[in-house]
Design a protein around this ligand. Structure first.
Ligand code: NDP
Ligand code: 8X3
Length: 251
């Protein structure tokens, strides 16, 4: 049986990937901060798909804690076939001179440093096994910038750069690296960006049909299920009504 580790599995894209991989028979290691949701999702997947699920309540910004939880897993759980570096967020949408230092730190610590922490731990396991597949969730914001996106865009450009670097560094270890870059996906993302302001979050998706988390999970399953000699390096997935970060056909 194969194993996947997914960071940020309590909502949105991460939760959708947990469902799609469990449906394919993968045992799962799920990481996120909200314990209740993690417990609920894990139980649901175990009951529905007869897979095993390890829940790890951790903040990926805390390397010591994350490392403790992962390194103390039983040896069979360290044979991770697929790592989905998905946990991430945006905070605020302000011009650079008005940006909040706290928001910047949160985005940089989660989207860049957190992704590096989980990769450091799990890529070592994969190197020992001489195989594995790392999937990093970037963004259209990692391919271009948009007004007031400044630091969020910078973190996702970093994910793009790190994905290319990982592919080079891990090439001779039999490890695939894929970057998935979604456009607008209706998840908790905008609610988190606007700090719980549901009205402002809803407005982001007004007048267009955004992607849903399952659209991304389906693409990720396509990537994961390619034959051993095929790797999809990079995938940019947009709603049909979104041409760029900001050029959107709203009806
Ligand atoms: P959601 O807000 O729905 O999900 C984010 C997930 O990340 C949650 O499970 C959350 O869990 C987890 N998370 C956030 N911070 C931490 C942390 N410090 N430690 C552990 N887990 C954390 O958003 P999405 O599903 O949309 O986002 C997933 C990824 O997709 C992100 O990297 C985002 O940047 C990217 N993305 C999203 C797009 C969109 O339009 N929605 C478009 C392009 C990329 P918990 O709060 O329980 O810790
Ligand atoms: C999330 C989507 O619209 O902020 O990465 O670029 S967007």
């Amino acid at each position: 049986m194969k194993t996947a580790l997914i960071t940020g599995a309590t909502s949105g894209i991460g939760a959708a990937c947990a469902h799609s991989l469990a449906a394919q028979g993968y045992n799962l290691i799920l990481v996120a901060r909200r314990e209740e949701l993690l417990t609920e999702i894990g139980k649901h997947l175990e009951d529905k798909y007869a897979v095993e699920v390890k829940r790890i309540v951790a903040d990926i910004r805390d390397y010591e804690n994350l490392s403790y939880h992962l390194e103390t897993l039983p040896a069979q759980w360290k044979k991770v076939n697929v790592l989905i570096n998905n946990a991430g967020l945006s905070q605020g949408l302000d011009p650079i001179h008005k940006g909040s230092i706290t928001d910047w730190d949160t985005m940089i610590d989660t989207n860049i440093k957190g992704l590096l922490y989980s990769t450091k731990i799990v890529s070592n396991w994969m190197v020992n096994e001489k195989s594995g597949h790392i999937i990093n969730i970037g963004s259209i914001a990692g391919k271009e910038v948009y007004p007031n996106g400044n630091v969020y865009c910078a973190t996702k450009h970093a994910v793009d750069a790190l994905s290319k670097s990982m592919r080079i560094d891990l090439l001779t270890h039999g490890i695939k690296v894929t970057a998935i870059h979604p456009g607008m996906v209706e998840t908790e993302f905008s609610k988190v960006r606007f700090k719980g302001d549901e009205g402002r979050a809803k407005k982001v998706y007004d007048g267009l049909e955004p992607l849903i988390a399952d659209d991304i999970a389906e693409a990720i399953w396509f990537v994961v299920s390619r034959p051993a000699h095929v790797n999809i390096n990079d995938m940019l997935i947009m709603p049909t009504a979104q041409a760029t970060g900001t050029i959107i056909d709203r009806k």
